[in-house]
Design a protein around this ligand. Structure first.
Ligand code: P6P
Length: 333
């Protein structure tokens, strides 16, 4: 009997992916469903942030020296909670925590994966109702199963990710994730409380008309970046131009737009911060993985983001990501 399955939920999609791989254990599918559950809980709080006292500062600063918003902590606890009590993750790293957290219990030590999170990116925008997001990265452990996860499990090159994704809490709440089999987007259908497949097999357009960068730092960028920005403002780009400039100041929103509509997002290094601001492990690696799976490119200005060998959990990197042809224009500028 041909059952009408036009609307596929995240759970049904991940189970279908498992059916296509009979020898899959279902751990990764389970981990993605756990992340989807936590994302729904964060969605509820983000969407009522204006009504209850969950806005504003938590009164502490994190390892980045940044003011921690109450929603940051709430989000961190939601994702850590579902994974600690699940059966698919041996430990996590998070922007909100100084070091990795190894769950170190009998079940978790048998788990094949570890996760890294920015639980609520763009949190400075929370108080002004601009889209914010969660970013996550999943690695298969390199340490021995049955024993606690180790730092080496987290400090792997981005090209070794088995999955990566983000949640954007915007005009709708969407969860986008990629595995080597493709990038897919799921929009939260609040009538049934499920993420439902809305953007199957996402492909990043090979070019676009939008460049995204913080012009306030212009005079602190290197000459190559300045040349490219100038080209974007003139008719001197190979793919047309002049382009439109859009900068929301929330990475998840800026990169999501670049992925769906085409474009380029840049957070370059500057004379005062040569490594830029964005974090390699839980901001740049996940988006680089998704963008490459969708046909785009992601570099630090010199090399593929995914080939960088990390040395510490919170290390920063300059970040350029987006449509293949626009990225090549930047590389040749
Ligand atoms: P700037 C938000 O705080 C964030 O980490 C990213 O989401 C965003 O792309 C970037 O910082 C914005 O930084 O220096 O341009 O305000």
């Amino acid at each position: 009997m041909n059952i009408n399955r036009k609307i596929q939920t995240l759970d049904e999609f991940t189970i279908q992916q498992m059916r296509d791989f009979p020898n899959a254990t279902g751990e990764l599918a389970g981990l993605l469903r756990d992340i989807g559950l936590a994302a729904k809980r964060v969605h509820v709080e983000v969407n009522k942030a204006g009504l209850v006292d969950i806005l504003g500062d938590h009164g502490t600063t994190n390892i980045q020296g940044e003011e921690v918003k109450k929603l940051d902590i709430f989000a961190n606890n939601q994702f850590m909670g579902v994974l600690r009590h699940g059966i698919s993750c041996a430990g996590i790293g998070s922007e909100e925590m100084d070091d990795i957290v190894v769950f170190d219990d009998e079940i978790s030590n048998q788990s094949k994966y570890v996760c890294l999170f920015d639980p609520l990116d763009g949190s400075t925008n929370i108080d002004v109702n601009v889209s914010i997001g969660t970013i996550f990265s999943v690695f298969r452990r390199v340490s021995e199963l049955g024993k606690p996860a180790t730092k080496a499990d987290f400090l792997q090159q981005g090209l070794k990710q088995v999955a990566a994704g983000y949640v954007i809490y915007g005009s709708s709440t969407m969860l986008v994730y990629a595995t080597r089999r493709g990038a897919n987007g799921f929009t939260l259908d609040q009538s049934i409380g499920e993420f439902t497949l809305s953007h199957p097999d996402i492909q990043c357009p090979p070019t676009g008309k939008i460049y995204s960068v913080n012009h306030g730092n212009y005079f602190r960028y290197d000459e190559k970046v300045k040349r490219y920005i100038t080209a974007c403002q003139q008719k001197t780009t190979e793919t047309g131009g002049p382009y439109t400039q859009r900068y929301i100041g929330s990475m998840v929103a800026d990169v999501h737009r670049s992925l769906i509509k085409g474009g380029i997002f840049m957070y370059p290094g500057t004379t005062d911060r040569p490594k830029g601001k964005l974090r390699l492990l839980y901001e740049c690696n996940p988006f680089a993985f998704i963008m490459e799976i969708a046909g785009g490119k992601a570099t630090d200005g010199q090399q593929r983001i995914l080939e960088i060998q990390p040395t510490e959990v919170h290390q920063r990197t300059p970040f350029f990501v987006g449509s293949k042809l626009m990225m090549e224009e930047l590389e040749n500028s």
